[in-house]
Design a protein around this ligand. Structure first.
Ligand SMILES: NC(=O)c1ccc[n+]([C@@H]2O[C@H](COP(=O)([O-])OP(=O)(O)OC[C@H]3O[C@@H](n4cnc5c(N)ncnc54)[C@H](OP(=O)(O)O)[C@@H]3O)[C@@H](O)[C@H]2O)c1
Length: 238
């Protein structure tokens, strides 16, 4: 039976590259994003790339909203007959000093990167249990352990996600649900409204992070790589 994976924030960047990789392996994938246009474009592009529209579902979902997260999990499971893996990839960040950060920006970052993961996990755990087990992969960041000026909200959200993931891993492994968190370094995507990655050849490509996640998902049932760090092999010197 082909694995069913729900990827939050799968309409571009790392999540999109992961969807492409899983579909390329003959698997079934649901991707989410908040923008309807973005979801439709991603669904079309992924269906065209894999040549089988029956294995890809695009779902509009805001992970900050518990009801929306619940609906996304249910929709993916109904479409493919169950769920084997949840990849909490949706994330946002801005580089703003705390003294200048509006409250709603703080809430958007923590709401997406931390509470959004809680919302999706809470919705997915019963569905994974029904299946007899599965995976939850949380996409964190090396910024979680390397805080920087202007990154207080982002770094805190990802550091919180690391602790959340460690606790959840212990909570769920007896249910045969494995929890992993992945900490990428700089990845060449449009994250944080970056318009161009010109001159950023040294960065990871989204496909590199996707490959690390695919490798995790393919581990033997007895094996749980619970924390994975991935960084550019030759970082730019400042
Ligand atoms: N790029 C890097 O250098 C880097 C490094 C380390 C870790 N990461 C982490 O990797 C993950 C993916 O980053 P990326 O660079 O691929 O980002 P990206 O290219 O900006 O893509 C972000 C995705 O998340 C979705 N999204 C944003 N807010 C959402 C919400 N509230 N609910 C549902 N979906 C939402 C976006 O769709 P919509 O716009 O339609 O909502 C989009 O599909 C993030 O968690 C990020 O923190 C990135």
């Amino acid at each position: 039976m082909a694995r069913v994976t729900l990827i939050t924030g799968g309409t571009r960047g790392i999540g999109f590259a992961l969807a492409e990789a899983l579909l390329g392996n003959g698997e079934q994938v649901a991707v989410t994003g908040t923008s309807t246009d973005g979801v439709m474009r991603a669904e079309h592009a992924l269906a065209t790339a894999c040549g089988d529209p029956g294995r890809i579902a695009g779902i509009v979902c805001d992970v900050r909203d518990p009801a929306s997260a619940e609906l996304a999990v249910r929709t993916a499971a109904a479409r493919f007959g169950g769920l084997d893996a949840l990849v909490n990839n949706a994330g946002v960040g801005v580089g703003v000093p705390i003294s200048e950060m509006p409250h709603d920006e703080w809430n958007r970052i923590i709401g997406t990167n931390l509470t959004g993961v809680f919302n999706c996990c809470k919705a997915a755990i019963p569905v994974l249990r029904q299946r007899g087990g599965g995976w939850i992969v949380n996409v964190s960041s090396l910024a979680s352990k390397n805080p920087f000026i202007g990154g207080a909200a982002y770094c805190a959200s990802k550091a919180g996600l690391n602790a959340f993931s460690e606790a959840l891993m212990q909570e769920l492994r007896t249910d045969n649900i494995r929890v992993t968190y992945v900490l990428p370094g700089s990845v060449a995507t449009g994250f944080n409204n970056r318009e161009s990655d010109a001159g950023a050849e040294w960065k990871l490509h989204p496909e590199d992070v996707a490959q690390a996640i695919v490798d995790v998902l393919n581990h033997q049932a007895r094996s749980l790589p619970s924390r994975v760090e991935i960084r550019p092999s030759r970082p730019q010197k400042n």
